[in-house]
Structure formats: structure tokens, C-alpha cells
Design a protein around this ligand. Structure first.
Ligand SMILES: [Zn+2]
Length: 130
């Protein structure tokens, strides 16, 4: 007879799986406890799989709004959080074209900065309405 470390019940050796690494050649927990632990593991794994991920949340959240509104609010948030530096504006432009930052004329940077400022204003107006 052997006492299971989990349920503390004394059971015959047949109730324990074989385990070569253990001193008596049997597992520490009885078969029933092992099965129970395994089924718990499975349900936990299932739960992790079902748990919505952060990216899935954002995907769903933005699925209703178009690409434009998402982009605009992202840019507005960025613009509001920092200075509209030339480097920043140039990066914005290169995101949408094949131009290299150094090849962007300063007039284009100025126009883009205005656009960002307009977007930021639009966001503020939109926030006030809510
Ligand atoms: Zn047990």
C-alpha cells in the first residue's frame, strides 16, 4: 500500500502509475489524482486559448471605423503628445510614399504639418462634442 501525496488516501500500488524515477517505482500521486490534474491542465489551456488577446480587442474595436478615422485619430494622438518636428513630419510622409526623408522638400513638410494640426484640431472638436 502507498499513500497518495495529493488526496492522502492509502491505495494499492496498482492505483499508481509506474514511475522509474521515483524510489519505489511508482508515481507520487494516484491515477485518479493524475487524471484530475491533467483534466484541470486541459481546461486551463482551453481558457488561455479562449481568452481574447489585446490585439484581437483592438482589431474588433477598430473594425467598425474605417482606415481613415483610425489613422487620423492615431496621428492626432501622436501630434498632441509631442512637438511637430520636421523629422516627425518627414517620417509621417515617408510612411505613405517611397520618398526618403531627406528628399522631402520643406514646403511639403510645412503642408503636412498643417494637415496634422488640422487633424489635431478636428480631434479636439470631436472630443468636445462627446
Ligand atoms: Zn490521490
Amino acid at each position: 500500500m502507498k499513500t497518495c501525496v495529493r488526496c492522502r488516501q492509502e491505495k494499492s500500488l496498482d492505483s499508481f502509475y509506474r514511475n522509474k524515477r521515483s524510489s519505489d517505482g511508482r508515481a507520487y500521486a494516484c491515477k485518479e489524482c493524475k487524471k484530475l490534474a491533467r483534466s484541470k491542465d486541459v481546461s486551463r489551456r482551453d481558457y488561455e486559448k479562449r481568452k481574447p488577446t489585446v490585439s484581437a480587442y483592438y482589431k474588433e474595436r477598430y473594425a467598425s471605423g474605417g482606415d481613415e478615422s483610425r489613422e487620423a485619430s492615431r496621428l492626432a494622438a501622436k501630434a498632441a503628445s509631442g512637438e511637430l518636428s520636421d523629422a516627425y513630419i518627414r517620417r509621417l510622409i515617408t510612411q505613405r510614399s517611397s520618398l526618403l526623408p531627406k528628399n522631402i522638400p520643406s514646403s511639403l513638410v510645412a503642408v503636412k504639418r498643417l494637415q496634422v494640426q488640422i487633424l489635431r484640431l478636428a480631434k479636439e472638436i470631436n472630443d468636445e462634442k462627446c
